[in-house]
Design a protein around this ligand. Structure first.
Ligand SMILES: NC(=O)c1ccc[n+]([C@@H]2O[C@H](COP(=O)([O-])OP(=O)(O)OC[C@H]3O[C@@H](n4cnc5c(N)ncnc54)[C@H](OP(=O)(O)O)[C@@H]3O)[C@@H](O)[C@H]2O)c1
Length: 283
């Protein structure tokens, strides 16, 4: 199996274009323990197939998802995985950020978090205060890099005043059919992505396969392209997404079939004209 391609961000860190999402592995807002074995095996399988980047968050399963990730990575070497986790938008005061990250690190069982994201912005806490905590975590080498999630342009611009550290990524809801109509940000394709690209900030597309609910049959173009390239509609959708500059995707995959299907989505190139037709499919 081919290695997952990587992108170099800010001349600082290289990250694979395909990672693994973990939302709903081990619970939503509360821990759900009944399927632990299944989730641990899914994460192990993904890493076994060369998926290094694991995306999780402090709030997933109220911390239980991070514990499952910690279990799964235990038998792999440190250079086989790259862990992104997030501090909740409800915990962005200086001390809260430090406490949250310490707890995440303990649950994950690692010495250093590779990439820490601010999960969503919170107007109740001055962002300068949050970034002070980020600067401390970077100085103390508790985290290697930091980034954002669901952040609008004005706030990204403001963060530049409070730190010299590069913003590695902005994680945004983005896929073939969700462009400027995401649940959190309304102007992802028209404003946020162009601004990020101009400033060298990568995009991590969350919900990249629309929770497995792409209704291909209602989209003639998707069906036709899937036939032409001998791929599934999901592979066409993911290939389109990852043809974009500085773009990464983190589908949640718990079945081996989906892991293999999504890795295989990176193995071909579509004609520019076909990509352009897909460009105008979403809103
Ligand atoms: N920053 C944020 O605010 C935010 C918000 C939401 C999510 N996220 C992150 O982004 C990740 C991905 O988003 P998501 O989990 O909401 O949605 P998603 O990745 O678009 O969808 C996951 C669902 O799609 C299925 N699937 C995966 N590959 C498929 C394929 N090739 N064909 C058909 N179905 C497929 C999975 O099934 P199986 O599990 O059965 O394989 C799962 O049910 C999350 O897990 C989380 O890490 C971040």
């Amino acid at each position: 199996m081919n290695k997952i391609p990587e992108i170099l961000i800010h001349n600082t860190v290289s990250m694979p274009v395909l990672g693994l999402g973990t939302w709903e592995m081990g619970g939503r807002q509360a821990p759900e323990l009944s399927e632990d074995k299944k989730w641990i095996e899914a994460i192990e399988t993904a890493i076994g197939y060369g998926i290094k980047h694991i995306d999780t968050a402090a709030i997933y399963g109220a911390g239980h998802t991070e514990q499952l990730v910690g279990e799964a990575i235990r038998n792999f070497k440190r250079d086989q995985y790259f862990i992104t986790t997030k501090v909740s938008g409800d915990n962005l005061q200086f001390g809260e950020v430090l406490r949250s990250v310490k707890a995440s690190k303990n649950r994950l069982g690692i010495d250093q978090i590779d990439l820490l994201l601010l999960h969503w912005p919170n107007p109740a806490t001055p962002i300068s205060q949050t970034i002070s905590a980020i600067n401390k975590l970077l100085d103390d080498q508790v985290i290697r890099y930091f980034g954002l999630s669901n952040f609008p342009v004005e706030l990204i611009r403001e963060i530049g005043f409070y730190t010299d550290a590069p913003i590695i990524t902005n994680q945004l809801e983005y896929n073939l059919f969700t462009r400027n109509n995401a649940s959190y940000n309304q102007n992802v394709e028209s404003e946020i992505i162009p601004f990020c690209l101009k400033n060298g900030i990568s995009i991590t597309a969350w919900r990249p396969v629309m929770k497995g609910k792409i209704e291909a049959s209602t989209h003639h173009l998707l069906v036709a392209l899937a036939q032409k390239y001998n791929k599934t509609p999901f592979q066409i959708a993911l290939n389109w997404l990852l043809s974009k500059p500085l773009m990464m995707a983190i589908p949640k995959m718990s079945s081996k079939a989906h892991i293999l299907e999504n890795i295989e989505a990176l193995s071909f190139e579509m004609d520019k004209a076909h990509l352009a037709h897909l460009d105008v499919l979403g809103i």
